[in-house]
Every structure is written in structure tokens, then in C-alpha cells.
Design a protein around this ligand. Structure first.
Ligand code: UGA
Length: 425
């Protein structure tokens, strides 16, 4: 099949390359000249393990091309995936400006039957809205179908997730479009949910919100466990082995961040409010999540005798999770901003993120030198097995606050650190 991907961001580029892997020909369309030039040269404008070699492979095999030419790209492809951003609007709702602009262009250039698919996370009712926008912009009555086909891949493990999905959701009322979508995914072996576009759109928000809920649940529970000297790991394991609960997304830590959970939970809350049926559980999820970095700061204060003013804090990890350079809604920055407000002296490190901030150091040793406390904010593998004795000798005071519960408390205490985790007894 000839597939057009509109929007060569994180989701679009990954989706396009997965379709190349599945044997299709793909065109990536973007209005950003720099992105197009970089992609043509085989360079990604974001970090995602394993993706750049795949990009180079499919460019060389002529399976993927990139262009800025909207008109030709739309006319020459049968299947169009909309993968543009849906940022959070000022009222918490998803901003559909980019999606609507794309629909307008599709309408203006529709020359034969096409299936138009939304991969972007879009509110319930967007498939209907896009159908109207496309119809309003058509110059001739060419038939088309709009399908909702949400993406469930995670940053940092995008390739694996996209090639081994738990399920594929296809939301359409058209039998023709459904058949084309089934054919597209025929080599991926997983259950396929075929449903109404509105249900498909809701599934995406409901999935992200449920995962966010699990994280806030375990984070809030961890605070009680801390008080009662209970190891929250054991509690996660103990409940996670119940297959009705499952062990995933039960890791207590700094709170969830990234470009999806914070925005999507808010958007669903907004949709529900509009319907006069507020989602009180999700409102609590957001509140608990906002408190979690503050809880970690309390741990720092506990270590340092109550005050962070003029204390040097070494922050390891800036990305919102490991294996990505994405810092959107990263709990690290919430923590750093709060600490700076309270006049702490901050030094930071991240293996992938180059923030350009004056407090960022090149090496871990440089970051911890003279520090009164070291805080782990991102669960990068390379922070797991450091030369702890060597690092301790560089620090002013031997305090470690493990915001991700990723370190071995016994090893750290063995070399003389005082360790503070999130109910990591
Ligand atoms: C999330 C979903 O997991 C994907 O299924 C979805 O496709 C994607 O959003 C999206 O809508 O595009 P992502 O934002 O890449 O993926 O990251 P996650 O791995 O879900 O992690 C989100 C946040 O939760 C991170 O800050 C992570 O550190 C935190 N987290 C995750 C925890 O604090 N504890 C856990 O147990 C799991």
C-alpha cells in the first residue's frame, strides 16, 4: 500500500518506519523544512533507541521518502495517516488546530477514494469533525472514509511496542475502510478491536488515564507505606501478581511526566466536564501526581535537616523517563524549579538531554562534586552501578534521595551513604 504520514514527529516517524517494516511504501510529509532535510539525510530530530538505523535502512531501500509538497503527497497516496501534534489548550482541552489544517488540505486535494486515519490522540468526536472539514473543502464529491486508529507505543521502546502491540483498535463505520485497515496490519499478530470511531477515540484516553491512575495510586500508597515502614516494592509485587491487577505501572517514583499522560488525563477530564459528568477519580490522579515531586523535596529536606537554601543538590536525570531525550512535563524540572525557588544550588546531569542550562555538568563526577545531596530523578540504566564510594568521596555530605527506587540501598549504606527512597525500606 502507498501510505502518507502527515507529521514527522515522534509518532509519525515511528509509525512510518513500522509500515516500511511491514512491506509498505511510505511518504513522510511535514511543513518543517529542517525536519525534512534531516530525515532525508537519515537523521532523527529526537532520540529513540533503534530508530535511526531503521530510518537509514528504509531510505536506502527506497521504502520511505520525505517531502514538503502537500498537494502531490496527498494525491499520490491511498492511505493517509494524520500524526500531527494535539497540544494542550489553555482550558485543558486538546488543541485541534493542526489536525483541522491537515483535514482542510486533504479535502482540497482529494482526487480519488482514500482512507484518512487519525493516529494523533484526539478527543471523542474528532473523526466526525474531520469528515465535515474534509467535505467542506472538497472541490469535487470524491468519496473517502475517516478511521480512528490510536497509537499505544511508548517513547524509549517505540519499535518494540509498535511491532508487538497488545491490540490494534480500528474505529470506523465503513466496511471498505475496515477491510483496508485489516489488510494493512495483517502481519501483526494481536487482537483487533473493531468499533465506532468515538469508542476508539475514548479507548486511547481511557488507556492512558488508567495507567496514570495506577501510578498515582501506588505513589499515594507509597507515602502511607513510608509512614508505616513498609517496602512499597513488596506491595506492588504482592498486588501485581494478581492477574486482575497486573504488575505494570505500579512503580512508585517521581510521578508521571511526558507528552502524553499529563495532557491526555487533562483532556479527558475536560471532555467529561463538558458532558456534565466530572471524573473525580482522574481529578485526584492529577492532584496526587502534582504532589509527588514535592514529596521527593520533603525527603531532601529531611536528609538536610529541614532547609535546602544554599545547599548544593546534584540532580541525576532530566528526561521524563529513561531512554528518551524528551523533557516535556518531566518531574525533574518541577523539582529543580521548586528547589531553585527555595534558593538551593543546583547541578544537573543527563546522558541524553542537553538542556543548555548553566547548571548542567558533563560528567556525573562533576555533578556530585561538593554536593550536599544527590537526587536520582530519571531511571537511566547508567545510574544503577556507579562507583558509589568514589562519588561519595567527592560530595560534601553523604545523602542520596532515590526518586525512582532504582538503587540498592544496602550497597549505598555499605559505602557510608544515608539512603532515602520512596517507601524503599
Ligand atoms: C504513554 C503510554 O504508555 C503509551 O501506551 C502511549 O502510546 C503514549 O503514552 C502516548 O499516548 O503516545 P509514554 O508517555 O512514552 O507512553 O511513557 P510511559 O512509559 O507510559 O511513562 C509515562 C510516565 O509514567 C513516565 O514519567 C514514567 O516514568 C512514569 N511511570 C511509568 C511511573 O512513574 N511508574 C510506572 O510504573 C510506569
Amino acid at each position: 500500500m502507498k501510505i502518507l504520514i502527515i507529521g514527522t514527529g515522534y509518532v509519525g516517524t515511528t509509525t512510518g518506519l513500522i509500515f516500511c517494516e511491514l512491506g509498505h511504501k511510505v511518504t513522510g510529509l511535514d511543513l518543517d523544512e529542517q525536519k525534512i532535510q534531516a530525515l532525508k539525510a537519515g537523521k532523527l530530530h529526537f532520540y529513540e533507541p533503534g530508530l535511526e538505523p531503521l530510518l537509514k535502512k528504509h531510505i536506502e531501500a527506497h521504502n520511505i521518502t520525505f517531502t514538503k509538497d502537500t498537494e502531490t503527497a496527498i494525491k499520490e497516496n491511498d492511505l493517509i495517516f494524520i500524526c500531527v501534534g494535539t497540544p494542550q489548550g489553555t482550558d485543558g482541552s486538546a488543541d485541534l488546530t493542526f489536525v483541522k489544517n491537515v483535514a482542510k488540505s486533504i479535502g482540497q486535494n482529494l482526487n480519488q477514494y482514500k482512507v484518512i486515519v487519525t493516529k494523533s490522540t484526539v478527543p471523542v468526536g474528532t473523526a466526525e469533525l474531520l469528515t465535515r472539514v474534509i467535505k467542506d473543502n472538497q472541490t469535487a464529491p470524491v468519496p473517502f472514509d475517516v478511521v480512528s486508529n490510536p497509537e499505544f507505543l511508548r517513547e524509549g521502546s517505540a519499535l518494540h511496542d509498535a511491532l508487538h502491540p497488545d491490540r490494534i483498535v480500528i474505529g470506523t463505520t465503513s466496511e471498505t475502510a475496515r477491510t483496508i485497515m485489516r489488510e494493512l496490519y495483517k502481519d501483526l499478530h494481536c487482537p483487533i478491536i473493531e468499533t465506532h470511531p468515538k469508542a476508539s477515540e475514548m479507548i486511547k484516553y481511557a488507556a492512558n488515564s488508567f495507567l496514570a491512575l495506577k501510578i498515582s495510586y501506588i505513589n499515594e500508597l507509597a507515602r502511607v507505606c513510608d509512614k508505616l515502614s513498609i517496602n512499597v516494592h513488596d506491595v506492588s509485587n504482592g498486588i501485581g501478581l494478581d492477574h486482575r491487577i497486573n504488575p505494570h505501572f505500579l512503580k512508585a517514583g517521581m510521578g508521571y511526566g511526558g507528552s502524553c499522560f499529563p495532557k491526555d488525563v487533562n483532556a479527558l477530564i475536560h471532555t467529561a466536564k463538558q458532558q456534565g459528568t466530572p471524573l473525580l477519580i482522574l481529578e485526584a490522579v492529577v492532584k496526587v501526581n502534582a504532589e509527588q515531586p514535592v514529596y521527593v523535596i520533603e525527603k531532601i529536606k529531611q536528609a538536610l535537616g529541614g532547609e535546602v537554601q544554599n545547599k548544593t543538590i546534584a540532580v541525576l536525570g532530566l528526561s521524563f523517563k529513561a531512554n528518551t531525550d524528551d523533557t516535556r512535563e518531566s518531574p525533574s524540572f518541577i523539582l529543580i524549579d521548586r528547589l531553585l525557588e527555595e534558593q538551593a544550588i543546583i547541578k544537573t546531569h543527563d546522558p541524553m538531554v542537553k538542556s543548555g542550562a548553566s547548571h548542567q555538568c558533563m560528567t556525573i563526577a562533576e555533578t556530585v562534586a561538593g554536593a550536599d545531596a544527590l537526587v536520582i530523578c530519571t531511571d537511566w540504566d547508567e545510574y544503577k552501578n556507579l562507583d558509589w564510594a568514589g562519588l561519595k568521596s567527592l560530595m560534601n555530605q553523604p545523602y542520596i534521595i532515590d526518586g525512582r527506587n532504582m538503587l540498592d540501598k544496602e550497597i549505598l549504606e555499605g559505602v557510608g551513604f544515608q539512603y532515602f527512597g520512596i517507601a524503599n525500606q
